[in-house]
Ligand binder design. Sequence first.
Ligand code: ADP
Ligand code: GLC
Length: 466
Amino acid sequence: MNILHISAECYPVAKVGGLADVVGALPKYQQALNIDSNVVMPFYNNKFSNNNEFEEVYKNTLVLGEQVHGFRILKLTNHSLGFNLFCVDVPKLLFTEYVYSFDDTERFLAFQIATLDWVLTLENKPDLIHTHDHHTGLIPFMISESLKYKSLKTTPTVLTIHNAQYQGWFSHDKISLIPAFNTNKIGLLDWDGAINPLASAIKCAWKVTTVSPSYMEELKQNANGLENLLKHEAAKCIGILNGIDWNVWNSETDNYLIKNYSKTTRVEGRKANKKWLCEKFNLDKNKPLFAFIGRLVGEKGADLFPEIFKKALEENDISILLLGSGNKETEEELKKLLETKNYNAYIGYDERLSHIIYAGADFLLMPSRVEPCGLNQMYALRYGTVPVVNAIGGLKDTVIDIENRGFGICHNKVSVADVTNSIQRATSFYKNTKKFLNNSKKIMTIDHSWDNSAQEYINVYKSLKK
Ligand code: ADP
Ligand code: GLC
């Protein structure tokens, strides 16, 4: 079976968040299960594109409304990723240093059109097309309704929703950017008066998955306006928990770490990583270290961080370290807080630092209001760091509270009081050194590898086989 994943991000080629981690790992694990699973994504102007060799496998022009753009399909020549990587080069629109921008409607439409124009010409066509999030959400519609892709109509499509908060809305004024289709079918593109690529994919894909079972249930109550659509399409929807890439996230071999460690050498290894972090960020290595890594947006509870951190530092003998970027107001407030003792922050993106934090922090804070799956808590567990989470979505499916014979700290609401109360409970837990250190061994053994979930996706593909 031959599967083509279509995505805006893929680790290590281009990453903004967890979408990249999933698309960089899932195909590799599917290949190991004898499924020929490959990826197509935009060709961005970044370190990966500039440091690797690509060969041109196809070249043509594409039509985007009244514009005509030249494009190429480039194939990565080395096999380092564990699957074939194809990149769509539309120089005027996609070859940028960033992944997302203000003109994403045009950029990702050009990406999707170029991809399908190329797929049309392939001798060995994919048996199934797997799209991810709204950036590739018009593919199922175009395959089933655009006249020029008629010959692909019987190719099954799967949509994975990584985050329903973002839907890629655009106005009907731009309808002519979509390759010609029977206008009776316009309803398949529309939701609430706008063209909605995510809603369209939910309507048109043969199967819809999301990244945890709990998030699938939550979407029926809270999906940024798509609740009724998801209820209506429930029969073709399923939640499959993400895995993590054990080749990348392995504390014994991770090159980013200051010191590698196994379950048996974890105490020394984790101490060395914590020492490095505390020296670099001027924190006391004898206090429990709470960390946050991620996008500074409302979904992650980031607007509450300044207040949470102030209160938690006043009430507890702890240190806090934050790595993230996003909302500019939150960034400014977090910078102002830098004068506070026992707190530090790196406002920006740093892959290496994130690995050292997973290995060296004692607790990882995730007070998310929305968390479709969340990978950070699984990386933390794998490296022996205790997650402190709001129990929703994938966090609910992966973290059990210590009070319920579990291994993490959970709260059920996102407020300053709830989160600081959890930090207090975590601090007490830390003081019981024996229990705390035994717990770090226990969490390192929890199996969140991709093996099971990669197979679940394959079962979905097989159920759709023509
Ligand atoms: P989301 O995709 O919603 O941002 P996930 O938990 O699924 O959340 O994945 C986030 C991924 O991005 C993780 O691999 C995390 O380590 C990484 N990440 C987020 N922000 C940063 C940052 N500022 N620096 C380094 N890595 C980051
Ligand atoms: C999204 C979600 C996150 C999930 C990731 C990978 O970005 O916000 O919860 O882990 O996708 O599926």
